[in-house]
Design a protein around this ligand. Structure first.
Ligand code: MIC
Ligand code: SF4
Length: 638
């Protein structure tokens, strides 16, 4: 039977040779990655599993999210990650080397391999034909222990590309266009597989922009075939030997097809505060801009930044418009230096930042009060920039640079001629020596002492699920609640990622300052939510910290994939409500659930006072076992 590219990679990593969409599957994992903000917890959990050595072909521990090193907490985390990598056989990427996804694409991602990463933008590696999936830290720790990754067999959408990009339209505009069409929920349960004659003109860095931001569609992942463009990219990275040609079979069956004529696209922008609120840039003509930030794992490649350098050469950013730029890796930085491309940017007023996530996760670079910030990033959720009342627009690097030069959005019809597309050199400078590879000798690894600090607090075990729960609703929230709403980021709170008791004091702090107090008083309770609860980041702290506060159940209209898995991993029941029950239930209501009656995928009835509500339960037998045990670590310990 002809197969999609996604199916080919999945079946090469499965025991069984048939799996229907929607069925639970066990996927063997070749590679893992973590970053510091999710990594400390992932390695604390890895240590709790108790193995001596990672079991994957390759596991990499990157430091890129919090590199500020303000006070002891953050440098202690870095030291812990460096020593765990050396102790257990991981490659370590020191702070400042670059953003995990950019570095992984340049140095390690391979066509046909499976990768899971404790970061939702792990699908970036799909740009070279790797099946790359974002997951919670505990799921990554389990994969490092050699366990298959449990996931739902996805549906596969074919995104058929025709024509080629014209003028100032760029890869970012392809994915923004798709977000405008499908919305932030449009990809849930699906893999976006790209195909068609339009592929030939898209380079790997352009493809990686698209697969990266496929995360904002809620998709399981996004993937491009491995073709001549892939071979050229891998050759430039000094890794041509990693190339294998890979594409879907003719006649493969897709759940849905979406056609995009690239030649019809124009510069687009996602308006505050969702990545799917997409409009043509021309409609924003005249809107003043306070800040421009170029970078992030979406748009910080050599090709992106070279185009910016060419555009701003000999020009100046308008005074009063802050112009920040972070290259995605030291390799990108070196290439810009080698080609004298930094000078035109610095002369134009660029403030050059370290190769890290930086302003994307609110690590500095916050806009002024009520400010308009134009960013090449992938998320513009309210408050994520660090300024609650700022308005963030997501655009391509060229659109962002034009905003900096003019101090406002302008109509692309007035921009003149677009710079030529930057093509990677045949041999890019390597930065491989900056990674710390584990010692080949097991004795040397075993002798490495793992160094901790006072802010690194091991996880306390959670109790099993009681047979009966009678709990108050402690929070009622609307649709599209992001993990940034649940567990905010920014420099101060992210520094607490390895200390659950401390970080849990900040749960929902930007949504309802009384939430934690209500949890303290009630000791246990329920969160009631609308559609797509937990979209965005993979941070398991958005499940772990509420569980620490006593949350046992989330009743929602629907869940985002990674967050639902994280809830299960930490023993929280994710149950589904219909519109009527969601509307009827209110803050403070006491809900009575007989959990002893829970059966895999069997719906149940819950009571609230004299009312009864039907609740949908889509948990598999495995997931229910994990929740009953009080979480995955308890199951593993058993
Ligand atoms: C994000 O973009 O929200 C993050 C920060 O990279 C997160 C991970 C985290 O919260 O540590 C993600 O996307 O998974
Ligand atoms: Fe880092 Fe931002 Fe990418 Fe998340 S989205 S990995 S914070 S650059």
């Amino acid at each position: 039977m002809p197969r999609t590219l996604t199916e080919k990679i999945i079946f090469a990593h499965l025991e069984q040779d048939r799996a229907e969409a929607g069925q639970e599957i066990d996927l063997a994992i070749d590679q893992t990655l973590t970053q510091d903000a999710t990594g400390t917890m992932a390695y604390l959990q890895w240590e709790a599993i108790g193995l001596d050595e990672v079991q994957t072909e390759l596991s990499v521990s990157y430091i890129d999210h919090n590199t500020l090193q303000m006070g002891f907490r953050n440098p202690d985390d870095h030291r812990y990650l460096r020593t765990t990598a050396a102790r257990y056989g991981l490659v370590f990427s020191p702070p400042g080397t670059g953003i995990c996804h950019q570095l992984h694409l340049e140095n390690f991602a391979r066509p046909g391999k499976t990768l899971i990463g404790s970061d939702s933008h792990t699908p970036t590696a799909g740009g070279v034909g790797c099946l790359a999936i974002g997951a919670g830290g505990l799921s990554v720790a389990m994969a490092m222990a050699g366990q298959p990754y449990k996931m739902t067999m996805p549906r596969v959408f074919r995104i058929w590309l025709e024509g080629s990009l014209q003028g100032f339209a760029s890869a970012k505009d392809i994915i923004l266009h798709l977000l405008g069409e499908l919305s932030v929920k449009g990809g849930v349960g699906a893999v976006m597989e790209y195909a068609g004659p339009g592929l030939a003109s898209l380079t790997v860095p352009e493809r990686a922009t698209i697969t990266n931001m496929g995360a904002e569609l809620g998709a399981t992942t996004s993937i491009f075939p491995a073709d001549e463009q892939t071979r050229l990219f891998l050759r430039s990275m000094g890794r041509e030997a990693d190339y294998v040609s890979l594409c879907a079979d003719n006649g493969a069956c897709y759940a849905r097809e979406i056609r995009i004529d690239l030649s019809q696209l124009e510069p687009l922008a996602a308006c505050p505060h969702m990545p799917d609120k997409v409009v043509p840039v021309r409609e924003l003509d005249g809107l003043q801009v306070d800040q421009v930030a170029i970078g992030s794992c979406t748009n910080s490649s050599y090709s992106d930044l070279k185009a910016v350098a060419e555009l701003v050469r000999g020009k100046k950013a308008v005074g009063g418009c802050d112009f920040l730029l972070s290259p995605g890796s030291k390799q990108v930085m070196k290439m810009l230096m080698d080609e004298n491309l930094l000078a035109p940017m610095l002369d134009a007023g660029v403030r050059l930042l370290e190769s890290s996530c930086g302003p994307c996760i609110g690590m500095g670079g916050s806009p002024c009060s009520g400010g308009i910030s134009v960013r090449t990033f992938n998320r513009n959720f309210e408050g994520r920039s660090g300024t609650l009342d700022a308005n963030v627009y997501l655009v391509s690097p060229l659109t962002a640079a034009m905003c900096a030069l003019r101090g406002k959005f302008t109509n692309p019809a007035t921009w003149g001629e677009a710079p030529r597309k930057a093509i990677l050199p045949e041999k890019a400078p390597s930065i491989r020596d900056l990674f710390v590879f584990p010692a080949a000798d097991a004795c040397a690894r075993n002798c490495t002492e793992v160094l901790r600090g006072p802010n690194i607090v091991p996880l306390s075990p959670f109790d099993p699920l009681p047979d009966h729960l009678e709990l108050p609703v402690l929070l009622k929230v609307a649709d599209n609640i992001t993990t940034d709403h649940i567990m905010p980021a920014g420099a101060e709170i992210t520094a607490l990622r390895s200390n659950i008791p401390a970080i849990s004091r900040h749960v929902f702090s930007r949504v309802d300052s009384q939430f934690v107090t209500r949890c303290d008083e009630a000791k246990a309770g329920i969160i009631l939510a609308g559609e797509n609860y937990g979209q965005g980041s993979s941070r398991e702290h958005a499940a772990l910290a509420p569980r620490h506060l006593g949350i046992r159940i989330v009743l929602a209209r629907s869940f985002a994939r990674i967050h639902r898995a994280n809830l299960v991993n930490f023993g929280i029941l994710p149950l589904l409500l219909d519109e009527k029950a969601y509307t009827a239930l209110q803050l403070g209501d006491i809900v009575d659930i007989d959990t002893s009656q829970l059966q895999p995928t069997q719906d149940l009835t819950v009571r609230c006072g004299t009312n009864y509500f039907a609740v949908r339960n889509d948990l598999s037998a495995y997931e229910l076992d994990v929740i009953r045990a009080g979480g995955l670590l308890n199951t593993v310990r058993k």
